[in-house]
Design a protein around this ligand. Structure first.
Ligand SMILES: NC(=O)C1=CN([C@@H]2O[C@H](COP(=O)(O)OP(=O)(O)OC[C@H]3O[C@@H](n4cnc5c(N)ncnc54)[C@H](O)[C@@H]3O)[C@@H](O)[C@H]2O)C=CC1
Ligand SMILES: CC(=O)C(=O)O
Ligand SMILES: [Mg+2]
Length: 604
C-alpha cells in the first residue's frame, strides 16, 4: 500500500551524515548516538574508539540478530522486558530496529500487559533513571530541573508525555513507577508513529502516592508522602504546564493515566491554551469509535432487513472512569454529528455502570456510586424517574435495556459473565458487539474465547490487550476469529505524529475524529467487505498491530490535513496537498547515520 512505499522512501532520506562532538566513552554511553559494534573503522579512529571495541564491525541486521538471540534465551516476559529496557538505555537505533522487526511479539513485552508488571515492581527493578522526574517537594526549583533536561542541552522537544501515576493501566496508584508508562507511551510514538525519540520527553509528576504498599516499601524510590491534592496539586500541575508552554509552545502535551477527575479537569483547563491530549479519554474514545464503526459495518452485512447505525445502538458501558466516559463522549459526539441529533438526545442511548451498579441521579447533584454529576458525567447519568431503585446490577441493566453494544473499562475481571452475554442475546441482539477493554489481560471483563463460545461465533469482539485468535466450530465448520486489539496505542501515535507534523496550536475533536475515520476505513473486516470477499467473518475489526506503523502513518496524514484545513497549523505555508510529502520526510526510522567528528557538532 501507499504508506508502505512512503516509509521505504523515507528510509532513503533518513540517514544524512551527522556531525557529532562526542568522543570515546561519552559517545559509547549515549544511547542516541551509540552504534556499538557498528561503528566503522574510520569512525572508530576519528572518535577515539578503536581500543574501546572488539575489531569486528557488524551491520545493524547482525546486531539485531545477536540481540534477538540474547532476548530469546530469556523465557519470562518480565525478564525480556528488563533486557529490552537495558538495550534502550544503550542504543536507541538497535532497540527500535529490533522491536520494529518483531513488533507483534515484542509490543506485549514493552507495553501492556508486561509493562504493568514492570511498573508494579519499578523500585525493585530500578537500574537507571530515564526521563524527567519532577517532585512536589522540589517544586521551587522545578524550572531549573526542567531546563537542565531540555533547553540547556539544546534539545528541541515536539512531544511531552506526562503522568502523575494515580491510575496506571488497570493497576491503580503506582507512584514514581509511573515514569515507565510515560516512557512506554513515548516509545510507541516512535515505534508506531515515527516521532523522533530525541524530540520527546517522558515526565513523572511525583505528587506522592496513596499506596500503603509503596509507602511501606524500604526500597521505594519515589517521594514517600501521601498524595498532594486540591489547590496545591493544581498549582504544581499548572507550573509544569506553563513551563511546557513557555519553552515548547508548539509541542503536544500528552496526559496519561491520571485519575478520572483530574484527567478531565486538566483536559478542560488547558485544551484551548495548548495542544493537549488525554490518551485515556480521547485516545481510547477514538480507537473504540473506529472499532465500533467497523463492527456495525460487519453486523450490517448479516442483517436481514434493517441496517444499523451509530445512532440505532443501545450502549451499556461498565466503568464510568476516564476510559468509559471518554468512549461515551466520543460516540455521543459522533452520533450527534453523523445523525444530526442533539447531544442530549444522543446521551439517552447510554447507560453507564460503575461499582454500585447503574449510574443514575440520586438527587442533590449526585450520581449513584460515582459522586458529583457536574462536569464530566453530565448527560450520562440516567434519571431516577425511569424507575431505577437501589443498586441496579449489570445483569439487570442488560435485561431491561437490551443493549446492542457492551463495553468494559472497569478493571472488573470476569464481569461479563455468560448470563450477561446470554441476556444480551435474549434481548433480541443478533450480533452482540462486546468490547472488554480493561488492561492488563488478566483484568479483562470476559475472555474472547468464552464470548465467542457463548454466542456461537456471533459476537463481534475486541479487547484492550492482545489475545490469540479463537478457533471454534460454527455450524459444523471450523472457523478462526481474529480478535482486534482495541487499544489507544493503535491510534494515538498517529494522532500525535499528525499534530506534531503540522505543529497544531490545539488538538480539536475534529482532528481526532479525522484520525478515527481513517482507522475505521482501514479495518480488515471492512476492507475485505469492500473487496467483495464473502468469507470475512473471521477478520479482526481493527488492523493487526503488525500493521500499526503503516496505519498510523495514514492516521497522521489525516490528522495533519485536518489541522491545515482548520487553519491551526504553525508551519508557514503548509498546504493540505503538501502534508503527505512532509510526513514522509519527517517520519523517524531506526537506521544509523554516518558520523563526522565536529567539535561544534551535536552533543545531546
Ligand atoms: N484499551 C484501551 O485502550 C484502554 C483501556 N483502559 C483500561 O480501562 C480500565 C479503566 O481505566 P481508566 O478509565 O483509565 O480508570 P479509571 O480509574 O478512571 O476508571 C475505572 C472506573 O471503573 C470503576 N470500577 C472499578 N471497579 C468496578 C467494578 N467492579 N464494577 C464496575 N465499575 C468498576 C471505577 O469506579 C472507575 O469509575 C483499566 O483497566 C485500563 O487499563 C484504559 C484506557 C485505555
Ligand atoms: C492503554 C491505556 O492507556 C491504559 O490501559 O491505561
Ligand atoms: Mg492509559
Amino acid at each position: 500500500m501507499a504508506a508502505s512505499r512512503a516509509l521505504q522512501e523515507a528510509r532513503k532520506h533518513a540517514i544524512p551524515t551527522a556531525r557529532i562532538a562526542l568522543r570515546g566513552e561519552s559517545l559509547l554511553t549515549n544511547p542516541r548516538y551509540n552504534k556499538g559494534t557498528s561503528f566503522t573503522h574510520r569512525e572508530r579512529k576519528d572518535f577515539g574508539l578503536t581500543g574501546r571495541l572488539p575489531s569486528g564491525v557488524n551491520t545493524l541486521d547482525e546486531q539485531i540478530e545477536r540481540a534477538y538471540e540474547q532476548l530469546s534465551s530469556r523465557h519470562d516476559p518480565l525478564r525480556k522486558n528488563t533486557f529490552l529496557q537495558s538495550l534502550k538505555d544503550q542504543n536507541w537505533v538497535l532497540y527500535f530496529a529490533l522491536v520494529s522487526k518483531h513488533l507483534k511479539e515484542l509490543v506485549p513485552i514493552i507495553y501492556t500487559p508486561t509493562e504493568a508488571d514492570a511498573i508494579a515492581q519499578y523500585s525493585h527493578l530500578f537500574r537507571r533513571s530515564e526521563g524527567l522526574y519532577l517532585t512536589f517537594s522540589d517544586r521551587e526549583t522545578m524550572e531549573e530541573e526542567f531546563l537542565e533536561q531540555t533547553v540547556k542541552q539544546g534539545r528541541e522537544i515536539d512531544l511531552v508525555v506526562c503522568t502523575d501515576a494515580e491510575a496506571i493501566l488497570g493497576i491503580g496508584d503506582q507512584g514514581v513507577g509511573g515514569i515507565a508508562i510515560s516512557a512506554a507511551k513515548s516509545v510507541m510514538y516512535t515505534l508506531i508513529g515515527g516521532v523522533d525519540p530525541a524530540r520527546s520527553l517522558s515526565v513523572m509528576l511525583d505528587v506522592g502516592t496513596d499506596s500503603e504498599k509503596l509507602l511501606n516499601d524500604r526500597l521505594y524510590v519515589g517521594w514517600k508522602h501521601k498524595r498532594v491534592r486540591g489547590e496545591e496539586y493544581d498549582q504544581f500541575l499548572d507550573k509544569f504546564v506553563q513551563l511546557v508552554r513557555k519553552y515548547y509552545p508548539h509541542s503536544l502535551l500528552h496526559f496519561e493515566d491520571f485519575a478520572a477527575k483530574n484527567a478531565y479537569h486538566l483536559l478542560m483547563r488547558y485544551r484551548n491554551q495548548h495542544a493537549v491530549f488525554n490518551d485515556d479519554i480521547q485516545g481510547t474514545g477514538a480507537v473504540t469509535l473506529a472499532c465500533l464503526m467497523a463492527a456495525i459495518g460487519v453486523a450490517n452485512d448479516h442483517a436481514h432487513n434493517k441496517k444499523g447505525s451509530l445512532a440505532s445502538q443501545r450502549y451499556v458501558i461498565m466503568g464510568a472512569g476516564s476510559a468509559g466516559l471518554g468512549i461515551a463522549t466520543q460516540i455521543r459526539d459522533a452520533i450527534a454529528t453523523a445523525d444530526h441529533v442533539s447531544k442530549e438526545e444522543a446521551c439517552g442511548k447510554f447507560w453507564m455502570v460503575d461499582r454500585e451498579g447503574l449510574v443514575y441521579d440520586i438527587g442533590e447533584g449526585m450520581a449513584k456510586g460515582v459522586g458529583e454529576i457536574k462536569g464530566r458525567l453530565e448527560g450520562f447519568v440516567r434519571s431516577a424517574d425511569e424507575g431505577w431503585k437501589g443498586d441496579v446490577s449489570l445483569l439487570d441493566v442488560v435485561k431491561q435495556v437490551k443493549p446492542t453494544v457492551l463495553i468494559g473499562c472497569s478493571t472488573a475481571a470476569g464481569a461479563f459473565s455468560q448470563e450477561v452475554i446470554q441476556a444480551m442475546m435474549d434481548g433480541g441482539c443478533e450480533r452482540p458487539i462486546v468490547f472488554p477493554l480493561s488492561n492488563p489481560s488478566r483484568l479483562v471483563e470476559a475472555k474472547p474465547e468464552d464470548i465467542m463460545n457463548w454466542t456461537n461465533g456471533r459476537a463481534l469482539v475486541a479487547t484492550g490487550s492482545p489475545f490469540p485468535p479463537v478457533k471454534m466450530h460454527v455450524d459444523g465448520r471450523e472457523k478462526e476469529f481474529r480478535i482486534a486489539e482495541c487499544n489507544n496505542a493503535l491510534i494515538y501515535p498517529g494522532l500525535g505524529f499528525g499534530a506534531v507534523l503540522a505543529k497544531t496550536k490545539e488538538l480539536t475533536d475534529k482532528m481526532i475524529v479525522a484520525g478515527a475515520h481513517r482507522l475505521a476505513e482501514l479495518s480488515p473486516a471492512i476492507r475485505r467487505r469492500h473487496g467483495k470477499n464473502e468469507d470475512h467473518a473471521g477478520e479482526a475489526l481493527l488492523p493487526d498491530f503488525e500493521e500499526a506503523p503503516k496505519i498510523n502513518f495514514e492516521i497522521g496524514v489525516a490528522v495533519a490535513e485536518e489541522v491545515v484545513r482548520e487553519g491551526d497549523s504553525g508551519v508557514d505555508g503548509l498546504k493540505v496537498t503538501d502534508v503527505r510529502e512532509r510526513a514522509k520526510e519527517k517520519v523517524w526510522v531506526p537506521l544509523y547515520a554516518d558520523y563526522e567528528y565536529d567539535p561544534k557538532g551535536e552533543v545531546w
